[in-house]
Design a protein around this ligand. Sequence first.
Ligand code: PLP
Length: 261
Amino acid sequence: MNVLKQVLTIAGSDSGGGAGIQGDIKAMSANGVFALSVITAVTAQNTEEVTDVFELPVSIIAAQLDAVFDDFEIAAVKTGMLSSAAVISTVVRLLKPQQVGQLVVDPVMISKSGQALLKPEAVEALTKDLFPLALLVTPNVHEAQQLSGIEIKTLADARRAAKVIAQFGCHHVLIKGGHLIAERGTDLLYDGRFFQIYKGEFIDTTHTHGTGCTFASAITAQLARGKSVPDAVQAAKTYVTEAIRHSLAIGHGKGPTNHFY
Ligand code: PLP
């Protein structure tokens, strides 16, 4: 019998299908695991903009978490859009007793189109309550700047920011460098002692909707399949590079990455 590893994403729905829950499920499936999903919020969006956001009541978020943890053997968990401090505290309360060893926290704050996906007052709950449970936190450059208070232009800036973010108590920090001004496409992993640099090809395309969700989901899937953090990051980076190379010019704005190239 072929038993796939079961992986959970806790995130927001993207009606445009490229990011959020929908992007996560596609990226996890393409990386060979079975994706479970707990939806925190529903966004009305397409490749151009987010037009509305509805946060689900915490009772149904808790019920979804109970349902999946009651039944499945969950090998790894990824969080994406958590929307508010109330959602974060519900997720933390129900995740803690599960003692999930492989938790990847993608600290989603703002969409490429400029819509806030996390209320500013919720950042403290994210760093204080959720980061300490995480094996890996995966901010992009903008999120790393906001979390660390350091302006990031170079890899040296990114190293300083990673050290500040690690102090919140997560085991590893990956600064996704797609937007790194000095070295575009270079990612930086910090394990609390050492840095590892992942040099990558920068693919010049506007069709990058959902790239961050895709990268973090692929890492989570690779961890569930038994890879170490540095190896999971490398495998996911190779995957996301191809997903961007073959991204889809659909819709009228920033098209999505292609999960099944
Ligand atoms: N919508 C949702 C629900 C998300 O979780 C995210 C990112 O994490 C986005 C939109 C943003 O996607 P992008 O910035 O790639 O457009």
